[in-house]
Design a binder for this molecule. Structure first.
Ligand code: AMP
Ligand code: MG
Length: 514
């Protein structure tokens, strides 16, 4: 490949090459269900992936199927009602047109760079929807791959149901996320300190290209592959940069902007991702990999749920800083293709990175203004938010419940916040509201659209997962799923999900060994 100049991709380097072009003639469609697979990632050069088929399982059984997601992707849910569905969603049978691969990538895990790759996930290919969207269809827990290291390539039922539940909750909350089409039991056991039921999750994602994918090629010094990857990612997610002579810089800035917006969303709803390693940061800006994640109950900026995050590296308040750290690793990986002069590359990367905290702050403040019903902007708004958060922290107020129940001119104040500091804050907030033209009704409408009434409460989620994975009782899980489909609405919601956990409920711990 030709040397790239001034950050540009060589003209016609990839588009003209049949291997790289994204839209190949579609393979025979699976007419019955509506699948239309195209496999642009599988057509990338060999270093990007390894072809591998799922390992068949003993006794496939469909546990959950997401009919509304299927419909939105142009699939016919009725086609998944027979026994074949479980066979397909465990990888025992293949949908027409797939080209299964495990993707190569690296990643900084708790700060250390490691060679990873899909150790238990197999990308079947990309489904093209009737409206022209392209989604990765991935089986997570589908058996070993050349990247499995010492892992078994499998997943347990509880954690796959957990990913299904939380990812679908995030989607309904209006937060970019990978989604879950199905969970299928394997009829086999997996060993995670104890014997558990095995399962496969069918994950749907805008793509699975990560910061770690770029780090992989940077680490092995393959600049040509970096260019191919950047070009592929730009065509897929940021096509308006395709012909730019600064495409790599455009990519860096777009990814930064999406991450700034994503983390602000997480802060808005009290979400702690828990394992923000660079292999879990997607180019698409979707939340990905629901391992040790959780929503905070009582407001605590230092909240950590992961049992292995002893230093609080991925604590609630750390998330924007860690995102910036991860993006610095992304910029480093891009250095060879940002500019032909190394010093210029470095200067360009640093200038871009410096903008991250401002980008994040802008998104965060916009989100928090909505939570407080503020339509206009005043210089003291950030301090108004921070004063409330301090009072909430001191009184251990429930994050979701407090925001949802804040009322201008309320006669009844949220019970946790009846202390003097809150009273003076409430006065300040009411005065602030009176300086904007919108009516109280408009204020309440804005607040209700940004402060969820229901979130996946840890203790409820754990109880539902236990019922599902140990007693085969899916009723509690389905109840929570139904409630979380309408998170900004109180009407008809189960009281247990609307309220903070009862006093004395133990803090949830989540585990990485999923
Ligand atoms: P995660 O913590 O899920 O983001 O995974 C980090 C890395 O470990 C990825 O490369 C996974 O593919 C790999 N991995 C996690 N669990 C397993 C497993 N049971 N078998 C093989 N690889 C795994
Ligand atoms: Mg991961």
């Amino acid at each position: 490949m030709k040397q790239c100049s001034l950050g540009a991709f060589p003209p016609n380097s990839l588009t003209s090459h049949p291997l790289y072009s994204m839209n190949q003639p579609i393979k025979p469609a699976d007419l019955e269900a509506g699948w239309r697979f195209d496999n642009s990632y599988a057509r990338l050069p060999g270093a990007f992936h390894t072809r591998v088929n799922p390992t068949p399982v003993g006794s496939p059984r469909l546990v959950l199927f997401n009919g509304s997601l299927a419909r939105s992707m142009g699939l016919d849910p009725a086609a998944f009602s027979g026994p074949d569905a479980a066979a397909h969603f465990t990888g025992n049978q293949m949908f027409a047109g797939v080209d299964p691969i495990a993707q190569a990538y690296a990643g900084h895990q708790f700060g250390n760079l490691t060679r990873l790759g899909d150790g238990r996930a197999i990308l079947l290919g990309e489904h093209l929807t009737p409206s022209g969207d392209r989604f990765d269809i991935q089986l997570k827990g589908a058996g070993p791959t050349p990247y499995s290291r010492r892992g078994d390539g499998r997943a347990a039922l509880g954690p796959m149901l957990r990913e299904y539940l939380i990812s679908e909750a995030m989607h309904a909350l209006g937060i970019p996320t990978t989604r879950s089409l199905a969970v299928a039991g394997t009829g086999e056991t997996v060993f995670r300190e104890e014997l558990l039921h095995g399962a496969v999750l069918t994950r749907v994602a805008a793509s699975h290209i990560r910061v770690g994918t770029f780090e992989y090629f940077a680490a092995i010094g393959d600049t040509d592959a970096l260019r191919v990857l950047a070009d592929h990612t730009i065509r897929r997610h940021f096509p308006h940069h395709t012909d730019s002579d600064q495409a790599a810089l455009g990519l860096l800035e777009e990814v930064m902007e999406r991450q700034a917006s994503l983390i602000a969303h997480w802060m808005r709803v009290g979400f702690v991702h828990g394992v923000m390693n660079t292999d879990n940061m997607a180019m698409s800006g979707e939340t990905i990999d629901y391992g040790p994640c959780a929503f905070i109950d009582a407001y605590d900026p230092a909240a950590v749920f992961s049992s292995i995050d002893h230093q609080g590296r991925y604590a609630f308040r750390q998330q924007s800083r860690i995102a910036a750290w991860n993006l610095a690793r992304f910029a480093e990986a891009l250095l060879p293709i940002l500019h032909k002069e190394p010093e210029t590359s470095l200067a360009v990367a640093n200038a871009a990175l410096e903008s991250f905290q401002d980008r994040f702050r802008r998104h965060w403040l916009a989100a928090m203004r909505c939570k407080l019903g503020l339509f206009t902007a005043e210089p003291d708004d950030a301090s108004l938010v921070e004063e409330l958060l301090r009072a909430m922290h001191r009184t251990q107020a429930d994050y979701t419940h407090t925001f949802r129940n804040l009322r201008p001119h309320a006669t009844v104040e949220p019970r946790h916040l009846s202390d003097a500091a809150f009273t003076s804050w409430h006065q300040r907030w009411t005065e602030r509201l009176s300086r904007q033209p919108q009516s109280i009704e408009e204020v309440v409408r804005l607040m209700n659209a940004h402060n969820p009434a229901v979130i996946p409460r840890n203790h409820e989620v754990e109880a539902a997962l236990t019922a599902a994975s140990t007693r085969n009782d899916l009723a509690p899980l389905k109840l929570i799923l139904a409630a979380l489909a309408n998170p900004y609405n109180e009407a008809g919601q189960p009281g247990a999900l609307l309220n903070p956990p009862p006093p004395g409920t133990p803090t949830c711990r989540t585990f990485c060994g999923t």
